[in-house]
Design a protein around this ligand. Structure first.
Ligand code: C2E
Ligand code: CA
Ligand code: CA
Ligand code: CA
Length: 287
């Protein structure tokens, strides 16, 4: 920390100092971490609530830092956005994940009644405004030979609040190609629900806070009503509903009854290496 005249309050908070030093160290190490191969991806299965089958996975990036060990995205994505590394990093995540999806398909064929395992990739708002997004995505799908409908891009609701046509244009083009767009962390952004019709999205990803409201059985009646309303609205607009943060069977059951389509959470599996998904999909296919 800056020692402006020996400010005692700063000295009195060594933890804040340590955090600032770590942040500084991370910012310095980040630009070259991609070249050094320090990032890796964990996959968390997306499970169909109706029949329990694995339908795909969300790609979640991690940084294996040589000194600090494994760092979660919350520690470095904001820095990557700030330094601009998010564009090449996001491209790398997409390419790795799509390659992984192809490998799953090669191993398991087009399981799930002809539907290949799908891959969900998070997009930062910085990637949305980057002019190369559509072409990069097309290139990756062509290089890997993966069909666009096996890819779902997750964009947070807050990134699209008040979005103008310039911001939506690349998403529209991707959607026209057959790529699914999911509205991530839905319900936290206070967006105008009527606005949903304008957005080229086909999936609503209900924020974890709603899932937390389903912890007790029976769940909080107000939470139930809200989720019920969102599901009805989503389905009337032909949108699928995915729920995240499902940690218990009771939550899964209530969300299934409420009509949610797909779920994700520790109850099914923590994010893990790609072979873990192989095992889950296989167990599913043989059960
Ligand atoms: P998100 O997209 O909302 O991802 C879901 C987060 O919830 C993940 O945290 C996941 O590990 C965690 N999670 C999954 N199941 C459960 C559960 O049952 N209970 C609880 N408490 N948590 C659960 P993670 O991996 O730390 O990622 C945090 C955020 O970082 C993500 O939130 C996403 O916004 C961002 N992120 C991750 N990977 C990428 C990436 O490749 N690119 C970009 N731009 N952002 C990413
Ligand atoms: Ca996400
Ligand atoms: Ca989310
Ligand atoms: Ca989130």
């Amino acid at each position: 920390a800056k020692s402006a005249g020996g400010n005692r309050f700063e000295l009195a908070d060594p933890e804040a100092d340590a955090r600032a030093i770590t942040r500084h160290g991370l910012t310095t190490a980040l630009p070259t971490a991609l070249d050094r191969g320090e990032f890796f991806i964990e996959y968390q299965p997306l499970v169909h609530l109706g029949d329990g089958s694995v339908r795909g996975a969300e790609a979640l990036v991690r940084w294996l830092h040589p000194q600090h060990g494994v760092l979660g995205p919350d520690r470095f994505i904001p820095l990557a956005e700030h330094t601009g590394l998010i564009v090449p990093l996001g491209r790398w995540v997409m390419e790795q994940s799509v390659r992984q999806a192809r490998e799953w398909r090669e191993r398991y064929g087009d399981g799930n009644e002809g539907r290949p395992l799908r891959i969900n990739v998070n997009l930062s708002p910085c990637q949305l405004t980057h002019p190369g997004l559509v072409q990069d995505t097309v290139d990756i799908l062509e290089r890997t030979g993966v069909s666009p409908d096996a890819l779902c891009l997750e964009v947070t609701e807050s990134a699209l609040i008040g979005a103008d046509d310039d911001l939506l244009k690349p998403l529209r083009r991707l959607a026209e190609m057959g790529v699914d767009i999911a509205l991530d962390d839905f319900g936290t952004g206070y967006s105008n629900l009527a606005n949903l019709r304008r957005l080229p999205v086909s999936v609503l990803k209900l924020d974890r806070s709603f899932t937390q409201g389903m912890q007790q059985f029976p769940a909080d009646p107000v939470d139930l009503k809200i989720v019920e309303g969102i599901v009805a609205l989503a389905h009337s607009l032909d949108l699928a509903v995915t729920v995240e943060g499902v940690e218990t069977g009771a939550q899964a059951e209530q969300l299934r009854i409420l009509g949610c389509d797909t779920a994700q959470g520790w109850y099914y599996a923590r994010p893990g290496p790609p072979d873990r998904l192989h095992e889950l999909a296989l167990a599913d296919a043989t059960s």
